[in-house]
Design a protein around this ligand. Structure first.
Ligand code: GRF
Length: 218
């Protein structure tokens, strides 16, 4: 018997190589999830992840931020393109743009991001160098719902990665990225399965999952 539930509709936003997008697309396929990437949208025509997406039969779009005079105008144009696909979730996967409050509110409860740090520590850029400079012994990544505050919002899942003596930002980024792929795909699996909800206290609940932190020893 086939599952007649319509697939969970996903739109993925990228700015660059899109390795998280690839991991998500491959996981949906390999795990046979009832989800579909309706479109991959980039804010730069030369985002290399677009090529991979096209080669794998995914619909791609470019909304070039440089063509818009204001952040508001760009976000409105982006939302118009996204909304054509009627997504259940919009997944930010290395999408390097600060989004306006109006945009974030338009997708309240549907907009998910991955950030390469253990939020609420180290929002913003250069998170791996920030972690090394702070001398923290653990670093990682966070998959979270997006709020109007940059790199902030209810946490769906996190990875925990030890910082090793002698790590530089590049090496630490390499190890964290490998965990991003695993944690983001796990979070997408929960979303597609309809198990993720936001509680009244603003925290995330995933039905049947008590622990959403994943330790990756070096
Ligand atoms: C990832 O580390 C992501 O967390 C950060 O930018 C990087 C994007 O990598 N925001 P990719 O484009 O998914 O390969």
């Amino acid at each position: 018997m086939t599952d007649s539930t319509p697939p969970c509709r996903l739109v993925v936003l990228i700015s660059g190589r899109g390795s998280n997008m690839q991991a998500i697309a491959e996981h949906i396929e390999q795990a046979g999830l009832n989800g579909r990437i309706q479109a991959v949208i980039a804010n730069k025509a030369d985002a290399s992840g677009l090529q991979w997406a096209r080669q794998h039969g995914l619909d791609t779009q470019v909304v070039a931020h440089r063509e818009f005079a204001t952040r508001e105008a760009f976000d409105q144009a982006l939302a118009r393109v996204i909304d054509r696909y009627q997504p259940d979730y919009v997944l930010l996967a290395g999408f390097m743009r600060i989004l306006t409050t109006d945009f974030v509110q338009h997708y309240a409860g549907k907009l998910v991001n991955i950030h390469p740090s253990l939020l609420p520590s180290f929002p913003g850029l250069n998170t791996h160098q920030q972690a090394i400079d702070a001398g923290v012994q653990f670093h990682g990544c966070s998959v979270h719902f997006v709020t109007p505050v940059l790199d902030h919002g209810p946490i769906i899942a996190q990875s925990l990665v030890p910082v090793l003596q002698g790590d530089d930002a590049q090496e630490l980024a390499r190890r964290v990225l490998a965990t991003e792929h695993q944690v983001y795909t796990q979070a997408v699996q929960w979303l597609v399965q309809g198990r993720v909800s936001l509680r009244d206290d603003g925290r995330v609940q995933v039905d049947g999952v008590a622990q959403r932190g994943f330790y990756f020893p070096a």
